[in-house]
Design a binder for this molecule. Sequence first.
Ligand SMILES: C[S@@+](CC[C@H](N)C(=O)[O-])C[C@H]1O[C@@H](n2cnc3c(N)ncnc32)[C@H](O)[C@@H]1O
Length: 298
Amino acid sequence: MNVNVGNHQHPISQVLSEEMKSHIEENYSVTKNLEDRQLFYSFPCDQNIGLWDWTKNIYRENLHQSGNSLEIGAGMGNFWDEEFLAELLKRGSVYITDSSQAMVDKCKECSLLQKNNVVIELENACKLRYENCRFSMLLSHFMMYEVSSIETALAEASRVLKKDGIALFLTSPKNFFCEFYEAMEEFDSRFKNMLLNRKIHRFNDETAPELLSRYFDEVTEKVYEVSHYVTWQHPKGKSGAQVALDRFRSLQVIKESKIEPELWPEAAKYLEMKIREAGEKGWRIRNNRVAFLCKSPK
Ligand SMILES: C[S@@+](CC[C@H](N)C(=O)[O-])C[C@H]1O[C@@H](n2cnc3c(N)ncnc32)[C@H](O)[C@@H]1O
């Protein structure tokens, strides 16, 4: 099987501006950060349908034409499954892109993505090298709050999308994870101010609609409601408190903070207390997500 990676390899320096490189390199040059975050989502939850399946249904219900698809900021390619990829490949080529070489490499290693007409490449969402109206569908999942300029990335998304194409932007609501953040603030008041500076505020359920309406005529919001239950032991065997804490420590604002290392074992104990207090089902953390379905690029 062939991995179609385009006919050129782009060193990261050609794709990213200097200003962006340090941030992306720090956060996404290794995939551990994202792995820590994703482990949290396999705690038991109260939704029957997984977030990715829910998202795929939105695409299925709204994509009524053939053409190429583009995912920006694809990370490790976790969104994809055999069935959905096959559905899109019937319509055209599928471009899976990210501005981090480590993420692109992970996607290339994934056997599921090693197909003809699947193009995996390094691509900066703020400076796409595709011509206007190249795609019928654009996928942007939990990445818009990461880019150096949201306005530039949205202008690019709108530019490469066909007039009757669709774009979906997934993000988190302002108050997602609030029970968890409140606990961390109770544990140590320094976390209060740090959390105010989270990147998610740049593109959440409050800030995204206005930004999106500058680049798309039709913007519809859909909400995925879910709570996760942090249990004493995570389903994959690790301590539940530790998985939750690793999720917290993967936040950029926390990684940048000068928290003394001795604090983390104490924080784990505090979270263990929260889990014990919560009872058998586990400690409930609301974890809703929002999807903005955009049509009619301006
Ligand atoms: C939180 S991860 C989300 C990954 C994946 N979409 C998911 O939902 O699992 C954000 C991703 O956006 C990528 N990213 C950040 N800035 C970017 C940019 N300017 N262009 C393309 N990708 C970018 C990061 O490298 C990272 O893989």
